[in-house]
Design a protein around this ligand. Structure first.
Ligand code: FES
Length: 187
């Protein structure tokens, strides 16, 4: 009889230990998944409009995580960048798009700075006086305007919030332009 009681106690203790271990692992899972959600949320792509609507209007301005962004549809591709020019905050949404040196560029309406849609580089022309017959050539100032990743999913267009670990010239005006303008379909 004593043996049966000891055996029963043994099984009961084993059962309790199993329950404690199972609950602990569940808590850890819940804990890690909720932490992940909190970290992921700020980086989640932001819905900015219907693919067909933006194709039709060719450009829109909107806010992505409180930052004014302009989205262009040009020759079959979507591009997104900070809406205020890195030079002095000009409204890039009103600029013309030109092909310069094989790259589509937005021309700022204020002082005609050229910015590549793909990379946000500022372009300028320069000559090399050492050349026998100096001719102006396009050169890059480096990335000046912050661009944003665009993704299309099931007819919807999303823009990813920027990685702000590296600062760019356009960040200064991105802050200043936060509360300016009305963000409606244009052109
Ligand atoms: Fe854009 Fe000066 S503000 S070129």
């Amino acid at each position: 009889m004593l043996e049966i009681i000891i055996l029963s106690l043994h099984f009961f203790v084993c059962f309790l230990i199993s329950v404690v271990i199972w609950c602990g692992s569940k808590d850890m899972d819940l804990c890690s998944s909720s932490k992940g959600a909190v970290e992921m949320e700020p980086d989640a792509p932001v819905y900015v409009g219907k693919e067909d609507d933006i194709k039709k209007s060719q450009r829109i301005t909107t806010k992505v995580n409180d930052r004014e962004v302009v989205i262009f549809y040009h020759e079959g591709k979507f591009y997104a960048m900070d809406a205020c020019c890195y030079h002095a905050g000009g409204p890039l949404r009103l600029g013309e798009i030109e092909d310069i040196n094989g790259q589509p560029c937005i021309i700022c309406p204020w002082h005609k700075y050229k910015i590549t849609l793909e990379t946000g580089e500022g372009l300028y022309q320069a000559i090399n006086p050492m050349e026998p017959s100096p001719t102006p050539r396009w050169r890059s100032k480096g990335v000046k305007q912050r661009i944003h990743k665009v993704t299309i999913d099931n007819g919807n267009v999303y823009v990813s919030p920027p990685d702000l670990s590296v600062s760019l010239a356009s960040d200064y005006y991105a802050d200043k332009c936060k509360n300016n303008g009305d963000f409606t379909m244009e052109k």
